[in-house]
Design a protein around this ligand. Structure first.
Ligand code: SF4
Ligand code: SF4
Ligand code: FES
Length: 255
């Protein structure tokens, strides 16, 4: 552990996770003490530390305004966007910064998001349309149809929910909350034609049924998306679909 001094304003002590799998046998923490004015975000503090004290610290960021989804990390144990989290909003003057869990570490706070993206692709996150009813011009949707999607289209794919999910800690093939919320978003779209049959693809112990309904993903989401609700809604839809299918088959057998 090293200790390095910075400057002025409200003093904070940053304990920052460090791990470079190419050279380190074990993760360790570096401590930095620095002062920052009111309104400073965790990302700004990290950038300052990187620029003035240790330029080897690795973390992702881009937009600095809660849009790109790059800066998800654990701050004092909570999965957050570093660019949207102000130091003064934290309790006390100790700031523990760690990478999001459930993904391998590439370096420091930079994690390998491949499992997250693989899960995302498994739900085919695009509109499924029929050639026959493709309109000549644009698809039209009523305001009500658009309002139905509104709570879900704000997902910025930051993986904060993925990092918060305890199930992913022991079931690495679980689809995870973000992918399922995205599937719900497309299946709720009046333009999508995939139908409830598509849910057979996620009808597995690693799919819809892996969730233990612990709600951590809801707490973690910086965009107020409620993945657990979408998991429950898709489970209900799947059960109704299976029931109808079974009933239909029974009737066919009886003919
Ligand atoms: S509600 Fe389900 S998906 Fe969300 S964190 Fe809990 S187990 Fe994971
Ligand atoms: S659902 Fe929320 S927490 Fe999960 S990836 Fe989307 S924006 Fe991030
Ligand atoms: S830097 Fe883009 S969301 Fe934080």
């Amino acid at each position: 552990m090293s200790q390095k001094n910075g400057n002025t304003d409200n003093q904070y002590t940053f304990k920052i996770f460090r791990f470079n799998p190419d050279v380190d046998r074990e993760p360790y923490y570096d401590t930095f003490i620095s002062g920052f004015p009111r309104g400073t975000t965790v990302l700004e503090a990290l950038l300052h530390i990187q620029e003035t004290m240790d330029d080897s610290i690795a973390f992702r960021f881009s937009c600095r305004s809660a849009v790109c989804g790059s800066c998800g990390m654990l701050v004092n144990g909570a999965p957050v966007l570093a660019c949207r989290t102000q130091l003064m909003a934290l309790t006390g003057d100790q700031v523990l910064i760690e990478p999001l869990p459930n993904m391998d570490i590439i370096k420091d706070m930079v994690v390998d998001m491949k499992p997250f993206w693989d899960a995302y692709l498994r739900v085919e996150p695009w509109l499924h349309v029929n050639e026959e009813d493709t309109p000549e011009k644009e698809y039209l949707q009523s305001p009500d149809e658009v309002r139905k999607l509104d709570p879900y289209i704000n997902c910025i794919l930051c993986a904060c929910c993925y990092g918060s999910c305890p199930v992913l800690g022991f079931e690495e093939n679980y689809l995870g909350p973000a992918a399922i919320a995205k599937l719900f978003r497309f299946m709720s779209d009046s333009r999508d034609r995939r139908g409830a049959k598509f849910l057979e693809k996620v009808n597995s112990p690693q799919g819809l049924w892996a969730c233990h309904t612990i709600f951590r993903c809801i707490d973690a989401c910086p965009k107020d998306i409620r993945p657990t609700d979408t998991i429950e809604a898709l489970r209900r839809k799947l059960v109704v679909y299976r029931f109808k299918k079974f009933f239909h088959l029974l009737k066919q057998d009886q003919k």
